[in-house]
Design a protein around this ligand. Sequence first.
Ligand code: ADP
Ligand code: MG
Length: 358
Amino acid sequence: MSIQVRHVTKTFGQYAALKDVNLDIPDGELVALLGPSGSGKTTLLRIIAGLEVPDANPETQILFHDQDVAARAVGDRRVGFVFQHYALFRHMSVFDNIAFGLRVRPRASRPSKGDIRARVHELLKLIQLENLGDRYPSELSGGQRQRVALARALAIEPKVLLLDEPFGALDAKVRQGLRRWLRDLHDKIHITSVLVTHDQEEALEVADRVVVMRQARIEQQGTPEEVFHHPASEFVMDFLGHVNLFHGRVDAGRAVFDGLAVDHAAGDAANGKAAKLLVRPHELELFREPNGNHSVKATVTRVHRAGPSVKVELNGPEGRELFVELTHERFAQAPVAAGDTAYVSPRATRVFVQDFSI
Ligand code: ADP
Ligand code: MG
């Protein structure tokens, strides 16, 4: 295990930014800390880095390769950083920016000029900017600057790379390109990395593990598949992508929602309790006729056909909006248009009954 965080609490005045957080980050993995703004992601990252000190507690530990680093200064933790706003030195060339961390080392551990040159060229190659070493940051695109920031962080050969919303300031298309690039880079160098993001797509696409944070705590952690397909709570399901929500009640071994009945095995204790049914758009089917007691009647309000799938918006019971996503082939079998009546039926369901999910 590369990084272990044990019982970390951090309060700012009266406000708890982290509440008894425990986290293991395996060696060589890329872990995403994902959560809404204010959930404590940056605070956790800064504590790992040593830029912030957790509240005093005898149980609190931050271990790097089983060694307690609590007493170790930031500079001794061998951590590389990349932040949202490229903190490149504007008056220095790309080459000098990347070389900076090596040149400021104490004389005894400073590499020779030739070694620095070789290392910077290696990094320029890694970030695919081989011919731009002489440029200044202002002569680069936003995406190129973030790649330089990454190379600069890697120059000191850190044991751990910490990235705080590194692509947050870039436009969607560039972000997507950089995401894939970061994943490829990680596959090449396998440096233990923690990526903070509030973008669920970014976390699901890039990370080996996703740690979902909510209000100063870790809500769930797992592989991208686990958190997406087996969300531990309504919060996680909702945060990881669009969901359709149906309200209902548990009755005699079934949960009933606006005409939809879903079997469940929660036991009699759940009888009479309010339940919520959450279904992703691609897990809903669309029919022209009622589908037994497994469908909800709705009115089509809009159909989007431009794209890899067909997206249908509907007005469901009590005026609630429903979103259905279908393949073009599936849609062609039973096409609908705005104003049509249609019946919506879930293929996969996830029911949350008050305190427990089934
Ligand atoms: P995130 O990165 O998930 O958006 P942060 O870790 O930055 O969240 O912040 C978590 C909470 O702690 C927020 O409510 C924020 O206002 C508060 N906070 C963070 N840093 C400080 C600070 N230095 N002083 C006071 N409050 C802070
Ligand atoms: Mg933050």
